[in-house]
Design a protein around this ligand. Structure first.
Ligand SMILES: [Zn+2]
Length: 211
């Protein structure tokens, strides 16, 4: 089993690249945000455990998050491997995840320090309030302007996607993830891809690492 972990600030293209890896190699794209929503909606024991914590805006225990991933990757559609995007996010989560053993782990940092480019990418992002699909008006626009390809409903920009809010989110993100990236760097296997390139160039660089 191969585990690919994609790191990078919001706007670095993690989601896009995770989907491409799934198409290219068959490695399942696992989003912990989706996992949590599924557990809660399904009323599973784990879902019941995390629901009150989420309602209070609290922090879900690292071990619980990893347990969710473990249960997910044991399902039959995960055969050769999986891609994590947006998890782990802290040093504690990284250490917990290490307890979930795989034969091959490939941590990849989608590195981008051009803050203007990141802000521009996030600002051009729109979502469907109905089905949750995400589009980027510059890189992956919907077929019909302003409407969702999946369900035809109106696309909206997130309320918290003002420029100041984005810069603040980026700052918090960088501070929080720094110790975790050091952890992978110290282990000596953190790959780095220049995420300021086009999505196609980034995908090609990742493929070379994974192949
Ligand atoms: Zn939709």
């Amino acid at each position: 089993m191969t585990r690919i972990i994609l790191f990078g600030v919001p706007g670095s293209g993690k989601g896009t690249q995770a989907r491409r890896l799934e198409q290219k190699f068959g490695y399942r794209h696992i989003s912990t945000g989706d996992l949590i929503r599924t557990e809660v909606a399904g009323g599973t024991p784990l879902g019941k455990q995390v629901e009150p914590i989420l309602a209070q805006g609290g922090y879900i225990d690292d071990a619980v998050m990893v347990e969710m991933v473990r249960q997910r990757v044991e399902r039959s559609d995960v055969r050769d491997g999986y891609v994590l995007d947006g998890f782990p996010r802290t040093l504690g989560q990284a250490r917990s995840l290490a307890g979930l053993e795989v034969s091959r782990e490939i941590p990849i940092l989608l590195d981008i320090d051009d803050e203007e480019l990141v802000v521009k990418r996030i600002l051009s992002r729109v979502t469907c309030a109905h089905c949750g699909a995400v589009y980027n008006l510059e890189v992956s626009p919907p077929v019909k302007t302003g409407l969702c390809d999946n369900c035809g409903k109106q696309l909206i920009r997130r309320d918290d996607d003002s420029e100041d809010a984005i810069r603040e989110r980026l700052k918090v993100y960088r501070e929080r993830t720094m110790p975790m990236l050091d952890y992978y760097r110290d282990r000596g296997d953190l790959h780095r891809v220049n995420a300021a390139q086009s999505m196609d160039q980034v995908a090609a660089a990742i493929e070379e690492i994974v192949s």
